[in-house]
Write a protein that binds this ligand. Structure first.
Ligand SMILES: Nc1ncnc2c1ncn2[C@@H]1O[C@H](COP(=O)(O)OP(=O)(O)OP(=O)(O)O)[C@@H](O)[C@H]1O
Length: 274
């Protein structure tokens, strides 16, 4: 089932066109990763999907309903849409406005559920991100990574169907990054649709499908099919492990390009045992 569909969407800031002719489908229960270098228009695209800005050209559909500017002014639609689609901003400071972490994470569920259920949801979300101990802290005084986790909890606590994440691993240390990756995979198992925007190519290993954009769509498909593309020329952060396997190919080894460390180890083990 199609959750979102974008048809020939374009967007400009003044005269500066940053997205042109974007055609995109987002399906239920997929992890979609949108890659692109700095300034490629990724955040702008997420804002369009989240209805925060409206395309200058083109059409956008949410579950087959065409989103129009007047629909975005309808309180009823916006309320329903906001309860179904959650957006974790790149900069958590833009999301955190309550006096404590607890108030922050409880805020949206209280608008949707009764108090008892809202409290349960908030507790669950804080525990999921392993930040329950921070619940009485003021978000302003937290570290960058802690703020990011609060921002993610505050979205998960309202249990949206679709989660948009802008550079979710930025400012997370390696342990927290791996924990977040596990959370994203769990969310998929729970039936959620997750859209991740990043220039960190290693996150692509999570994806069911990827887009690479730079104002326009440069690629759409499976991660595995990305590796024949000039990724470094397109200014994407190619992980060292990927570079190593591309080099092995250049040297004449008939190897697949692994999408994670486990796959890399399997391929190397096979090579050694040849
Ligand atoms: N509010 C704005 N007003 C004017 N120009 C903007 C605005 N927001 C973004 N831009 C410009 O639009 C282009 C795309 O920005 P956007 O933030 O969508 O890119 P991005 O791919 O998310 O980049 P990054 O990876 O650096 O976060 C950039 O050139 C940026 O300077």
């Amino acid at each position: 089932m199609e959750i979102f569909k974008l048809k020939e969407v374009s967007y400009s800031y003044g005269k500066n066109c940053v997205l042109e002719d974007i055609n995109m489908e987002i399906y239920k229960n997929e992890i979609l990763v949108i890659l692109g270098p700095n300034g490629a228009g990724k955040t702008t695209l997420l804002k369009i999907i989240d209805g925060l800005i409206f395309p200058k050209k083109g059409e956008i559909y949410f579950k087959n309903i065409k989103i129009t500017e007047s629909l975005l002014h309808s309180k009823e639609f916006v309320r329903e849409f906001r309860s179904k689609v959650g957006f974790v901003f790149q900069n958590p400071d833009l999301m955190l406005f309550n006096p404590t972490v607890w108030d922050e994470v409880l805020y949206t569920p209280l608008q949707i559920y009764d108090k008892e259920k809202a409290i349960k949801m908030a507790e669950k979300a804080l525990k999921k991100l392993k930040i329950y101990h921070l619940k009485d802290r003021h978000p302003y005084n937290l570290s960058g990574g802690e703020k990011k986790k609060v921002a993610i909890s505050s979205i998960l606590s309202s249990d949206p169907e679709v989660i948009l994440m802008d550079e979710p691993t930025a400012s997370l240390d390696p342990k927290s990054r791996n924990e977040l990756i596990d959370i994203i995979l769990d969310l998929k198992k729970e039936g959620k649709t997750i859209i991740i925007v990043t220039h960190d190519l290693s996150l692509a290993s999570l994806a069911d499908r990827c887009y690479i954009i730079n104002k326009r769509i440069l690629f759409e498909g499976k991660v595995k099919d990305m590796f024949n593309l000039p990724l470094e020329e397109w200014n994407l952060d190619v992980p060292d492990i990927t570079k190593l396997f591309l080099k092995l190919r250049e040297m004449g080894y008939d190897v697949d390009i692994p999408i994670n460390l486990k796959e890399a180890l399997n391929i190397i083990t096979k090579l050694i045992n040849l």
